[in-house]
Ligand binder design. Structure first.
Ligand SMILES: [Zn+2]
Length: 69
């Protein structure tokens, strides 16, 4: 269930040509699909974290390689 970020009321789901959107009957205002935006941001953060941890592993391997010589 989607809740309005402003009043925590239940959002109504509408679909139009440009795509689905949410509407709060309490605020009488259109709300962005926050759930999908947050999910996209989380996925992006996860990918960034993954790539940075891979970079760390690569650096550690390089350090080990130097130590063996
Ligand atoms: Zn609202």
């Amino acid at each position: 269930m989607h809740k309005c970020p402003c009043c925590s009321g239940q959002l109504l789901h509408y679909v139009r040509k440009s795509g689905p959107y949410w509407f709060c009957s309490h605020c009488w205002q259109e709300m962005p699909d926050l759930a999908s935006i947050v999910a996209a941001q989380k996925q992006k953060q996860r990918l960034e974290r993954l790539s940075s941890s891979l970079a760390t592993v690569t650096q550690e391997k390089e350090l080990v390689g130097v130590g063996n010589r």
